[in-house]
Design a protein around this ligand. Structure first.
Ligand code: ATP
Ligand code: LTN
Length: 329
C-alpha cells in the first residue's frame, strides 16, 4: 500500500497556510493510503524555544492535526522525539550529504539571514538531513507538503538515490505532493512573505482556530493595492492574487472564474471571509473538543510512537548494515 509521511513543527499556532497547504491533503490521503503524520519537535529546536512552551505546542500541534480532520484510527500520529531512529538515521544522512548541498537550501539562507549569521545553530544547517531521515525511515512514497518544502524533498530524493547507488537498494525514493492551489498562502499584511507560524504578524495570519469575527476583520484589512482592478497578477498585485487564490482554494473554483465574478475588492473580501469562516468552523469545533481531553491525546501519541518505531527500526537497521556498521552481537 502506498505510504504517506508528513510533519509539522510545533513552533506556534497553526494557520490557514498549514491547513490549505498541508492538512487538507493529509485528510484526503488518509482515506486511501497508509499515513504517518508526525509532530516534528526536534526540528523546532533549530531555533530558540522556551521548554515549557515547546511541550505545550507539541500537544497543541497534535490537537491541530485531529482538528483538521485527521482520523486517529486511520493514521499513525506521533511525536518525532519519541522515535529515536529519527536522529539516528539523520546522522547517517549527514554523512552522505555535502556541505555544498546544504548551503544551497533557501530556507536555511533566509532563516540564517534573519537570525544573524554566525550565531545560527548548526542544527538549522543540517535540518534537511533530519527531514530526509524522517521521510526515508517509513519507505515513504508520497509527502504532502506546501510549496516551500519542494527543495527539501528534492534533497531527500537525491540522498536516497545516491545512498541506493553507493550502498545498494535501501530506501524508497519519495515524491512531494503539493496542492494545485494555495500551496503558498501569503501573509495578509505582507503579501510578499508566506504566512508563517513563527513570524510575528498577527493581523496577517489567520489561525486555524480564529473566531469568525477575527477572520472577517483580518480579511477586511488585508493589504491589496490602489488601482482597484480585480485581476490575477501575483507579480504586480500580490495581495489581491493571494485573496483570489484563497477563494479558489476554499470554493473549488478556478482563479479565473473567481476573478471574473468581481469588479471591486470589497465584495470579494466579504465573500472570502464568509467562505473561510465556513471552511474553518468544523476545525475550530473539533479543536475545542480535543483540547478538553489532553489525556486522550497523550495515549494516542504513545500508541503512534510504538507503531512508528516498529517500522523505523527495520529501515534504520537496513541502512546501518548497508553502510558497514557492525551489528551488536
Ligand atoms: P515556521 O514559521 O515555524 O517555519 P510554518 O508556518 O512555515 O512554520 P511548518 O511547520 O514549517 O509551518 O509547515 C508545515 C506544513 O505547512 C508544511 O507542509 C508547509 O509546506 C506547509 N505550509 C507552511 N506555511 C504555508 C503557507 N503559507 N502556505 C501553504 N503551505 C504552508
Ligand atoms: N521541514 C518541514 C517540516 C518537516 C517535514 C518533515 C515535512 C520536517 N520533517 C518530513 C514533511 C516530511 C517544514 O519546515 N515545514
Amino acid at each position: 500500500m502506498t505510504r504517506v509521511f508528513s510533519g509539522v513543527k510545533p513552533s506556534g499556532a497553526l494557520h490557514l497556510g498549514n491547513y490549505l497547504g498541508a492538512f487538507r491533503q493529509w485528510v484526503a490521503d488518509q482515506q486511501e493510503f497508509d499515513c504517518y503524520f508526525c509532530v516534528v519537535d526536534l526540528h523546532s529546536l533549530t531555533v530558540e524555544q522556551d521548554p515549557s512552551q515547546l511541550r505545550q505546542a507539541t500537544i497543541e500541534t497534535a490537537i491541530g492535526f485531529l482538528s483538521a480532520g485527521i482520523e486517529p484510527d486511520q493514521c499513525t500520529l506521533f511525536v518525532q522525539s519519541h522515535v529515536h531512529e529519527h536522529p539516528e538515521l539523520a546522522w547517517l544522512v549527514e554523512c552522505t550529504v555535502s556541505f555544498g548541498e546544504l548551503s544551497r537550501m533557501t530556507q536555511f539562507k533566509d532563516k540564517a539571514k534573519a537570525k544573524g549569521g554566525e550565531s545560527v545553530r548548526a542544527g538549522l544547517f543540517t535540518y534537511p538531513a533530519l527531514m530526509a531521515a524522517d521521510i526515508l525511515l517509513y519507505d515513504t512514497d508520497r509527502v504532502p507538503v506546501g510549496d516551500d518544502q519542494r527543495q527539501h524533498l528534492e534533497i531527500t530524493r537525491d540522498v536516497a538515490i545516491r545512498f541506493n547507488n553507493r550502498y545498494g537498494e535501501t530506501f524508497v525514493v519519495p515524491e512531494a505532493t503539493v496542492p494545485r492551489l494555495a500551496a503558498r498562502v501569503m501573509d495578509l499584511q505582507h503579501p510578499e512573505n508566506k504566512m508563517s507560524k513563527s513570524d510575528e504578524s498577527p493581523q496577517g495570519t489567520i489561525d486555524m482556530t480564529d473566531t469568525p469575527e477575527q477572520i472577517v476583520q483580518k480579511v477586511r484589512r488585508a493589504v491589496t493595492d490602489t488601482d482597484g482592478e480585480v485581476r490575477y497578477d501575483p507579480e504586480l498585485k500580490p495581495g489581491l492574487a493571494n485573496l483570489l487564490e484563497l477563494m479558489a482554494a476554499v470554493t473549488g473554483r478556478s482563479v479565473d472564474e473567481v476573478a471574473s465574478g468581481y469588479e471591486q475588492y470589497g465584495p470579494l473580501k466579504a465573500d472570502l471571509a464568509e467562505a473561510l469562516v465556513e471552511a474553518l468552523r468544523p476545525v475550530r469545533e473539533r479543536y475545542a473538543r480535543y483540547a478538553a481531553d489532553p489525556g486522550e491525546i497523550a495515549a494516542l501519541l504513545g500508541q503512534g510512537a510504538e507503531k512508528a518505531a516498529s517500522v523505523a527500526s527495520k529501515t534504520l537497521a537496513r541502512a546501518k548494515d548497508a553502510m558497514g556498521l557492525l551489528p551488536r552481537g
